[in-house]
Design a protein around this ligand. Structure first.
Ligand SMILES: Nc1ncnc2c1ncn2[C@@H]1O[C@H](COP(=O)(O)OP(=O)(O)OP(=O)(O)O)[C@@H](O)[C@H]1O
Ligand SMILES: [Zn+2]
Length: 711
């Protein structure tokens, strides 16, 4: 359907008036928080019959707000005369599809939010500021701006390069899967550089050729501009829109409208895009499905990966979860029941790299063997520095991963015990040498570096530990003439800086790239032959049970940036500087064996009764004092203890969160655990509304996090 016509079908000439005397009764979802008593859709009257999914403006208290017609009643009975009328409806837009409403309804129930709260949170914010007339004007402008796409060229297919055998096999399986009823979920488990993206592209092609829409989710779109470019290049005659938080409100609205109107063929976006309304949805891809950024960390704390799977089921669309290092949840789901798994997904394997190059050789550098003075003098052991110098001499690139930005994580006084703490958080303030500041990475509190120790006046205050800024400086000193670049949140603050930095690496204008995890993900670097993890040990002993899983994924991803050009693969290496070279995680890394590592981790999780063998939720409380937060959680636990016991749900004692104080707010949490999901869900649904009645300190906030990623 050409763009120019699509809106017109839905236009209604009349507008509903504010106070109808009779009419249709509508349940309208509006933004009202869970457990406010108004968290179910509210009843209104409309003179005109409106379909569920229609966007409306309704009076709410003293305001007029955006709402979504959720249900429609029969003709309004007499007593409903007291109901307020809607203000108007957005007749120029088609109603949001039923599957969209089902998705929101499920997500609200599962993550314990109000339906309206979630529905409105996932609609573009710009919609709230528009009335129906303004929206119509927007649509007109949009239609003018966007020329109808040229007909897809049939020649596209011809110029494609041949698939590898593994890619063909995976595609055959995916096609069989897509034709099945229901199509189900496939895990595309492909080592780094195995050509997963090509598989997504071919599947997207099939779906677009069939007149359907494709939804492709990526962890962080800004980190991988290359991926967007690849889709644009492959489908020059298709309309591709993106949805992510980097867009202006107007852009986001325009892209969302094109998705809803069926005008966008392919939506490429971050987690929020899982809620993009797509009337012709035919495929969902979740790239790097293990990535933690699929979990929303505030408001409705949903997992876009999990919702993508649900959405596929609701809309009978095949779902592809792609990763070189699948999450343990996904592993479990992809493991046959006979092998102790859940047998829900089908696993497709791309075992080798495109072009037949091998994966980089892993070299564990035992830091215990490095003399003290050398450790103090440089972040990199001499052998590693030497290896980098050799790369430079050969015209190859090296990539150094250090997950800490700034110059040093803390400053300290050599005389007294002063350290650069944050007065507002339980954290150190990081020394940034570039602008000579101490900055808190949690609350943002920033000050000039003091000239002398604030406690004892000693002028000798020194950086302790190393961040990316310091590593960059040391490399520049140790490798005179080398072109060293750094990519982290500090150097990429300005729009376009990251893309420009990556472009320089791709163009071969950089010899050594230093960066945080943003350099490890997804990039198809062609000249990198050495990757080094400078200081990965901290995660080995974290209190968070998921930390090793995340570290393993990060290191394997990082290793995957080396030797992607088969010509250089044989000489490519992944160095790891560690104090614990015997650790099982490194042994698995050494063999690039994500399968064995996943199995051993799953066995540990099973024994410890942790996800995916148990289901968790976290109740969090923020208050002025730790006592107040804990007292509230304890009262909440007391309220729920009987029902919990009856349901087989365990309520653990309240504890301070690992980062206890942020911006002068004390934080505590209470872990909730159950062996099965449904009783946990039922318990939460019964318990949380009761918490509304608890006596709450004046300054306090609480929130529930279902399937928390970090505990
Ligand atoms: N059939 C093919 N023939 C030739 N080159 C290919 C083929 N498929 C993919 N490639 C190329 O191989 C490289 C690796 O592919 P791609 O980036 O898709 O791998 P990936 O599995 O997504 O990797 P990662 O998980 O590391 O991001 C790319 O440069 C891509 O263009
Ligand atoms: Zn702070």
């Amino acid at each position: 359907m050409p763009f120019g016509e699509s809106g017109a079908d839905f236009a209604q000439e009349g507008r509903a008036v504010t106070a109808p005397t009779a009419g249709q009764r509508l349940a309208v979802a509006v933004d009202a928080p869970q457990h406010s008593g108004l968290d179910r859709p509210l009843d209104y009257l409309s003179e005109q019959a409106l379909a569920p999914g229609t966007l409306v403006r309704v009076p709410f208290g003293k305001r007029e707000v955006l709402g979504v017609v959720w249900d429609t009643g029969a003709d309004a009975p007499a007593e409903s005369m007291a109901l307020r009328g809607i203000v108007e409806h957005f007749g120029a837009l088609p109603p949001l599809p039923a599957a969209w409403r089902s998705l929101v309804e499920f997500a609200a129930g599962y993550y314990q939010r109000g339906v309206g709260e979630l529905a409105l949170a996932v609609l573009p914010a710009a919609l709230r500021d528009l009335d129906a007339a303004a929206l119509e004007r927007r649509l007109k402008r949009l239609r003018k701006k966007i020329a109808p796409p040229a007909a897809p060229a049939p020649a596209e297919q011809a110029s494609l390069r041949p698939l590898t055998e593994a890619q063909s096999a995976a595609l055959d399986a995916l096609r069989a899967q897509a034709a099945a009823e229901p199509p189900g979920v496939s895990l595309l488990h492909g080592v780094t550089g195995s050509g997963k993206t090509e598989v997504y592209l071919r599947e997207a092609q099939r779906v677009l050729d069939g007149g359907r829409q494709a939804l492709v989710l990526v962890p962080e779109i800004n980190l991988t501009p290359q991926l967007e470019a690849r889709f644009a290049e492959r489908f020059p005659n298709r309309r591709i829109v993106s949805l992510h938080s980097g867009l202006t409100p107007a852009q986001r609205l325009a892209h969302w409208l094109q998705a809803l109107l069926g005008e966008a063929d392919l939506v490429l976006g971050t987690r929020m895009a899982v809620f993009a309304p797509l009337p012709r949805l035919g495929l969902i891809v979740v790239d790097e499905e293990h990535d933690a950024s699929y979990k929303q960390q505030d408001g409705a704390r949903y997992s876009a990966r999990d919702l993508a799977v649900l959405r596929g089921r609701l809309e009978r669309a095949p779902v592809i979860l792609g990763s070189a290092t699948p999450s343990l949840e996904t592993w479990h789901n992809a493991l046959p029941i006979a092998d102790g798994g859940a047998g829900r997904y089908r696993r497709l394997v791309l075992a080798g790299r495109v072009g037949g190059g091998g994966l980089p050789r892993v070299r564990l550098l035992d830091m215990n063997q490095v003399p003290r003075e050398q450790q103090r003098a440089s972040a990199l052991a001499p052998a590693l520095m030497q290896a980098i110098a050799e790369r430079i001499a050969r015209g190859e690139q090296s990539l150094l991963l250090l997950n800490r930005r700034g110059y040093s994580p803390v400053l300290h006084c050599l005389d007294c015990s002063w350290k650069s703490g944050c007065p507002h958080c339980s954290a150190w303030r990081v020394f940034h040498k570039g602008d000579r500041t101490l900055r808190c990475h949690h609350c943002g509190f920033t000050e000039r570096v003091p000239r002398a120790c604030p406690d004892c006046g000693n002028a000798d205050i020194q950086p302790l530990g190393r961040g990316t800024e310091r590593l960059e400086e040391q490399l520049a000193q140790a490798l005179p003439g080398a072109r060293v670049a750094r990519l982290d949140a500090d150097t990429t603050r300005h729009a376009g800086a990251l893309a420009a930095g990556l472009a320089r690496v791709h163009a071969g204008e950089v010899d050594v790239l230093v960066g945080t995890q943003m350099v490890a993900k997804g990039h198809d670097f062609r000249r990198v032959t050495l990757v080094a993890a400078v200081q990965p040990d901290a995660a080995l002993f974290s209190s968070d049970f998921r930390a090793p899983e995340r570290l393993f994924a990060l290191l394997l991803q990082a290793a995957g940036r080396a030797g992607r050009d088969a010509a250089h693969a044989a000489a490519s290496e992944m160095w790891v500087q560690t104090w614990h070279p015997q650790h099982a995680l490194f042994a698995a890394l050494d063999r690039h064996d994500s399968e064995a590592y996943a199995h051993s981790q799953l066995a540990e999780r099973r024994q410890a009764g942790l996800p995916p063998y148990a289901h968790l939720a976290l109740l969090r409380a923020d208050a002025r004092t730790q006592e107040a937060a804990r007292a509230w959680l304890d009262a909440a636990a007391a309220l729920g203890s009987e029902a919990a016991a009856a349901a087989g749900v365990v309520l653990y004692p309240s504890v301070p969160t690992p980062m206890q104080r942020v911006a002068d707010v004390e934080r505590a949490q209470l872990l909730i655990e159950c062996a099965a999901r449904p009783p946990l869900q039922r318990f939460l649904a019964g318990w949380l509304p009761q918490l509304q009645g608890l006596k709450t300190p004046r300054v306090m906030r609480w929130a529930i996090d279902v399937d928390p990623l970090a505990i």
